[in-house]
Design a protein around this ligand. Structure first.
Ligand code: PDD
Length: 287
């Protein structure tokens, strides 16, 4: 089945979908994105993604090319057209095609934003084998820019971080800045000590994860303690458990950091429980 994708208001077969070589997303990585997961053919945590997209666009002075309601409707239509039961929707909005290359932002009146979206079919997203064994991570310096709270398409360094992890025979990298963990290449990072979950507080240093917000809410509701503060790699290696969260992995246990097992070296009970709670609750509120 050919995938149907969305480009600037049109649903097209993927091989007919094109964007200009002058698009600022292509030339300047001048764009923002969202990744939303799909379970049982429904959109997970959609409201959070809609709100964060609007914030990313506003922070970069970029016009929104679609209303919140139309965005949800478009995602639903992509799910329907591509018959997705489990998977993800990737959405990208860029500052459009001004017809040439320039460092100056084009006038949004004459250069509308470009919007594209496509589905990724992942039949075992909820049941991912990696969730049973957990991620092994390495730590690397955080060399990204200082506005990581904006979900931009500038993903070269996170991509390099993923490759460094792969070369080391691991699954992911956690970024470290001024001695403390910021987050993973494409996820938020946590450690667990007893009944307490520790994760870095929100600031410009990290992406304000939509999964993070839900997981911390569920953790509090399940009588777990939540402490938002930076932690070091040494503290993480010494913790009872560690895990990462993102729309693409939900709650993913982390079992090893820089070659040292965390806790028992197996997925911990709190990470496993939070993953179950997250999936249960999200299935109830999916749209
Ligand atoms: N990444 N931190 C970073 C740097 C991220 O790129 C992501 C998400 C997260 C988690 O955010 P959320 O819970 O809203 O997915 C944290 C997506 C999944 C990606 O780039 O594929």
């Amino acid at each position: 089945m050919t995938r149907t994708v969305y480009v600037n208001g049109n649903y097209l077969p993927e091989h007919e979908a094109t964007v200009s070589i002058f698009d600022r997303g292509f030339l300047m990585a001048d764009g923002v994105y969202e990744v939303t997961s799909v379970l049982d053919g429904k959109l997970i945590d959609m409201e959070g993604h809609v709100i964060r997209l609007a914030r990313s666009l506003a922070e970069l002075d970029m016009a929104s090319p679609i209303s919140d309601d139309d965005l949800t409707g478009m995602f639903r239509e992509l799910v329907r057209l591509n018959d997705i039961d489990q998977g993800m929707i990737y959405l990208q909005v860029t500052r459009g095609n001004p017809g040439d290359r320039s460092f100056v932002f084009p006038d949004p009146e004459t250069t509308p934003s470009t919007i594209v979206a496509f589905t990724q079919n992942i039949p075992n997203l909820a049941d991912a084998p990696a969730a049973k064994t957990g991620f092994r991570v390495i730590s690397i310096p955080d060399l990204r820019w200082d506005r990581r709270d904006i979900k931009t398409t500038q993903l070269l360094y996170p991509s390099m971080g993923k490759m460094m992890a792969k070369k080391a025979g691991c699954d992911d990298s956690w970024f470290v800045e001024d001695g403390a963990v910021t987050e993973g290449t494409s996820n938020n990072a946590y450690i667990v000590k007893g009944n307490r979950i520790i994760t870095r507080q929100l600031s410009h240093d990290i992406l304000h994860g939509i999964t993070r917000a839900s997981v911390l809410r569920f953790a509090s509701e399940a009588q777990m303690e939540v402490e938002e503060r930076p932690f070091t790699i040494a503290e993480a290696q010494d913790a009872d458990e560690a895990f990462s969260t993102a729309a693409s992995i939900f709650v993913m246990p982390v079992v090893e950091i820089d070659g040292k097992p965390v806790g028992t070296g197996k997925p911990g009970p709190i990470a496993i429980r939070l993953r179950e709670i997250y999936l249960d609750e999200m299935r109830k509120t999916a749209v």
